[in-house]
Ligand binder design. Sequence first.
Ligand SMILES: NC(=O)c1ccc[n+]([C@@H]2O[C@H](COP(=O)([O-])OP(=O)(O)OC[C@H]3O[C@@H](n4cnc5c(N)ncnc54)[C@H](O)[C@@H]3O)[C@@H](O)[C@H]2O)c1
Length: 431
Amino acid sequence: MDADNRRLILLDGKYNVSGQPPLWDRSSLLLRWSRGGGQSRWVVELIVNVELRLEYGQDTTRRSLRTFSWGGPSWEKRVRNSAKVRASNGFSVLVTGAAGFVGTHVSAALKRRGDGVLGFDNFNDYYDPSLKRARQALLERSGVFIVEGDINDQALLKKLFEVVAFTHVMHLAAQAGVRYAMQNPGSYVHSNIAGFVSLLEICKSANPQPAIVWASSSSVYGLNTKVPFSEKDRTDQPASLYAATKKAGEEIAHTYNHIYGLSLTGLRFFTVYGPWGRPDMAYFFFTKDILKGKSIPIFEAANHGTVARDFTYIDDIVKGCLGALDTAEKSTGSGGKKSGAAQLRVFNLGNTSPVPVSDLVSILERLLKVKAKRMVMKLPRNGDVQYTHANISYAQRELGYKPTTDLQTGLKKFVRWYLNYYKPGGKKSAV
Ligand SMILES: NC(=O)c1ccc[n+]([C@@H]2O[C@H](COP(=O)([O-])OP(=O)(O)OC[C@H]3O[C@@H](n4cnc5c(N)ncnc54)[C@H](O)[C@@H]3O)[C@@H](O)[C@H]2O)c1
């Protein structure tokens, strides 16, 4: 084996610990024969973009390296049609993560009121992609096209901004979930940090620059013990890598606002649930496991402390997202140059009434008419916090945000959807 091959394998070992195929494709590697100082040698130049460098996680097959086909006149026509504004004074919104739980609901709501909506999603398999495809089919029926791509693909994002002068970006694409970070940390860095920067780079150069509303998370409060959580509380003690990447996102948002005049609003969602929800979340897999007769883990904190969440119903979250878009001021820059101070905001979007997880299970038992097999366990120290509780007075004042759905009512709607969706021949209900 010569020196060049050894170097390649060394890099391969560093970035691709699972023995998967190399992380780069041919276009990202350049082997150069260089002569100098009387010696000849191969020099390996890595021409990698942020995406490839940061995707060092074990499971490299699931996301960034997939190639998506895009472009061409009929593709551009679909993009334009989907983003076309139908209401007077409507917005033209790029929704990233549109095949996701929140993205689907927000896209549908924007479309219903006459805004132009273009979806964007990489359909990764963090959870069952067929659910994302079913959401896509639903959105397609209401006239929303989802472009398939990764937010790290700057050429694709740039093209979209050339085709459509988006007034707003609703950025919901992310690697969600707290515990999965122990399995695949790279996916959090890839989507929540590198991907966010990639998107902001395109937005700052766009002319006009769009206003951006994006999803942060209640998890940024981390080990903070002061409740209810207020936007002024400390957020420098994240308990998970997920939380750390969301916190990083808030700092990155500050930077792009400061340097480029981008209008940026971060929304800290508190445990969102509802129809078309995420299968990795407790209310969802509890339902599945209760129906299957499997036991479900109920965590308790030290000294039998109650674990509780400020569960927030999806329709309330959607109203908060629309309120944030409606009150977002214009970005002040153009073509990468700032011309004045721009709006920078962060809001809690919660329900203001934490419910113990054991109560969540009791409600599900009643709705499903099945007794759960409860397995009480100690809350593991792998990212989850004991308690979340939102102070929403700032969002109330600025966005007119006022959640109206209690957990019992919201879960009833979720269970109805779940039973219909997973029954043979289901998947037909509307958002
Ligand atoms: N659901 C909640 O309880 C909750 C709570 C706090 C914060 N959030 C945040 O809200 C947002 C939406 O969450 P959700 O529950 O709808 O999650 P979700 O996983 O259902 O949706 C995210 C979507 O983004 C897509 N995506 C991920 N990485 C991408 C990439 N690199 N390029 C393109 N698409 C990519 C995924 O395929 C997925 O469809 C996320 O930013 C999440 O972190 C959600």
